[in-house]
Design a protein around this ligand. Structure first.
Ligand code: GAR
Length: 209
């Protein structure tokens, strides 16, 4: 089975979607959940599911390098084939990203390459965009810039408020993240030299399939 370690910082609803997607026949198994915040609700979700949890508080480390070293040591005790960022709100060092090259996925609440960074739902509404969505991508040194693996879009409703739009994008995330992780665990999704590959075929650079 494909051992997975999930990194979180907060609520962990994407973690929950991954937990809910795994069963006896699933090729992946969430082995551990690591949070940089002790109060992250996702830690309780993991504990309820009988999954190991660890807190590695970035404030206890003098530098980003030292924090990322501690993370790597904790993660690698589980020898994961895949590391999944699920609402993990720390920027990772290039050394960390290199260490997990090709086996590090993130979910981002926008139609990448649009709206990298924070506050995506507010920015989409402010721009009056007709569509919004979310993207699962391989993590590279460029923040929110790695090759997209799966992307899903929805139309923005006229007059829709930020809470409603956020909730609808979240629901989409809960569909596509388990899908991407399943494909990875099945060996169907991987990072090639020129981008993400599904079933041996390159995915378009912008992720639309
Ligand atoms: C999700 O919307 C995820 O896309 C976003 O944080 C939320 C975490 O929710 N991630 C980022 O913005 C990464 N820059 P969750 O804790 O309920 O899964």
């Amino acid at each position: 089975r494909c051992n997975v370690v999930v990194l979180i910082s907060g609520n962990g609803s994407n973690l929950q979607a991954l937990i809910d997607s795994q069963d006896e026949s699933h090729p992946m198994q969430v082995r551990a959940v690591i949070s940089n915040r002790a109060e992250a609700y996702g830690l309780q979700r993991a504990a309820t599911a009988g999954i190991d949890t660890q807190v590695i508080d970035h404030r206890s480390y003098a530098s980003r390098d030292a924090f990322d070293d501690a993370l790597i040591r904790a993660i690698d005790t589980y020898q994961p084939q895949l590391v999944v960022l699920a609402g993990f709100m720390r920027i990772l060092t290039e050394a960390f990203v290199q260490h997990y090259h090709g086996r590090l996925l993130n979910i981002h609440p926008s139609l990448l390459p649009q709206y990298k960074g924070l506050d995506t739902h507010r920015r989409v509404l402010a721009a009056g965009d007709p569509a919004h969505g979310c993207s699962v991508h391989f993590v590279t040194a460029e923040l929110d810039g790695g090759p997209v693996a799966v992307q899903a879009a929805i139309g923005v409703h006229p007059g829709e408020d930020i809470a409603a739009l956020t909730a609808r994008v979240h629901a989409l995330e809960h569909l596509i993240y388990p899908l991407a992780v399943r494909w990875f665990a099945e060996g169907r999704l991987r990072l090639g030299d020129r981008g993400a590959m599904l079933d041996g075929e390159p995915l378009p650079a912008n992720g639309h399939v």
